[in-house]
Write a protein that binds this ligand. Structure first.
Ligand code: SF4
Ligand code: SF4
Length: 430
């Protein structure tokens, strides 16, 4: 296991230690210690749930500042389809794309264009697949990370095709190099992200050796910059869009699976639902399905924590925007720009971060100890110890990062006993 990177972090001064986030985290990655939340990096899957729930805005995502554009001689924006769902009454994606150029980008490459390539590749992959069914989509990095650390039996089900954003990045870089003659390092390929997980996927990619993305901006920061520029763009709109209904559909839940032209799929969104589906899949409940699309955020990428619009409203806006577009506008065949290396180059290996021992024997011994500890605890899962449940505290004790008296009930009994013994001693002295 290498270095762990997560984009979600704490602004300590803002944290009040209220324990809301420890209860919400789907992988129990957070504890409150000394009155402040602490994230265990290897457990975090960058879902952003803690950012959503924190009433004091103490949890933040890391991303780049728009000033990062100044580092490059030629800058290409990668806008995802979820960006279009943020704007009211948008009838033409070219208004957004033209505004991006006014914002300081020299060119744009729609991620939805690359999504159409991924859809084509996936259709071919599904048709020729002889391995385990169903195939699980790999476009959401949180889902891939979750499977890598918690569902090792499902790793073989992962679709080994690059996410649209990675394909868009490599294609955009090649196009920019051909067009400008500049070396790669002078070209900045910049993604506009709806979520922290995509920031992490750039710094610590899974399935590919390295990402071609140089910087990631937050959609919620780009949005207010684009609004006035979109008004200015209305009179000189450039034809920059390269995607159709299929590509734009990827911005919300069900769009990817719907592009496979089969009914034999399931699409689930929201991290709790995703976990339920994966658990059922481990129990072999969905063997008959061909494809499973999973999005950690409710509503799909339009529900990312770095977006501004209500995901369900954004979904409706995307639906309206797609209505009059052709089915797809970017294709693999005959397009020299995207003769793709679109497949994963690296194996995805299980990372046993949640294991309680370095081998089976130690694991079983530690699990027995966890059960014994749980019997001592009151089972209230109150969170006062800073762990989300009594079992999580027991696991922390076994891992050597907590102690029994972190449980306030055990501490209370201990203090009781101590004070009784002191009183007895006092009485003896008298
Ligand atoms: S939700 Fe978590 S990060 Fe936010 S104030 Fe409470 S303990 Fe701190
Ligand atoms: S981003 Fe998700 S997994 Fe990471 S600490 Fe927050 S809630 Fe937990």
């Amino acid at each position: 296991m290498g270095e762990f990177f997560t984009s979600v972090h704490l602004e300590e001064d803002l944290c009040k230690g209220c324990i809301n986030c420890i209860k919400r985290c789907p992988t129990q990655a957070i504890r409150v210690r000394n009155g402040k939340a602490v994230i265990t990096k290897e457990f975090c899957i960058d879902c952003g749930e803690c950012i959503r729930i924190c009433p004091h805005h103490a949890k933040k995502a890391s991303y780049d500042s728009p000033d990062v554009l100044n580092k490059f001689e030629y800058r290409v924006a990668l806008p995802p389809p979820s960006l279009y769902g943020q704007f009211n009454n948008l009838e033409d994606v070219n208004i957004v794309l033209t505004a991006l150029k006014k914002m300081g980008f020299d060119d744009v490459y729609e991620v939805s264009g690359a999504a159409e390539l991924v859809s084509e590749m996936t259709r071919a992959y599904v048709a020729n697949h002889r391995g385990k069914w169903p195939i699980i989509s790999t476009a959401c990095p949180t889902v891939v990370r979750l499977i890598q650390v918690r569902f090792p039996n499902l790793i073989d089900h992962l679709l080994p095709i690059c996410a649209p954003v990675d394909l868009a990045a490599s294609t955009a870089r090649k196009k920019a190099m051909d067009k400008t003659g500049l070396p790669s390092e002078k070209i900045g390929v910049v993604f506009i992200s709806p979520c922290p997980a995509k920031v992490t996927a750039v710094k610590a990619p899974i399935g590919i050796g390295h990402s071609e993305i140089d910087a990631v901006l937050a959609m919620k920061e780009v949005y207010p910059m684009l609004l006035p520029l979109m008004k200015k763009s209305v009179n000189d709109i450039e034809e920059l869009g390269i995607s159709g209904r299929i590509g734009i559909g990827w911005g919300s839940a069900g769009g990817e699976a719907g592009s496979l032209l089969t009914d034999n799929y399931l699409a689930a969104d929201g991290i709790e639902n995703v976990i339920r589906v994966l658990e059922d899949l481990e129990d072999q409940k969905f063997d008959q399905l061909e494809f499973i699309e999973l999005n950690a955020c409710s509503g799909g990428c339009v529900g990312g924590v770095l977006t501004v619009e209500n995901p369900y409203v954004a979904k409706v806006k995307l639906k309206r925007l797609r209505k009059y577009l052709p089915v797809a506008r970017t294709h693999l065949d005959g397009n020299q720009d995207n003769k793709v290396e679109g497949y994963w180059t690296d194996d995805v290996k299980y990372e046993p971060v949640f294991n309680l021992g370095k081998d089976m024997r130690e694991g079983i011994a530690n699990m027995t100890r966890v059960v014994e500890l749980c019997e001592k605890f009151p089972g209230l899962d109150c969170g006062s110890c800073g762990a989300p449940t009594c079992k999580a505290l027991a696991e922390d004790i076994v891992r050597g990062v907590a102690q029994e008296q972190d449980c306030i009930y055990i501490l209370r009994d201990y203090i009781h006993r101590l004070s009784n013994e002191l009183s007895k001693l006092d009485r003896k002295k008298e």
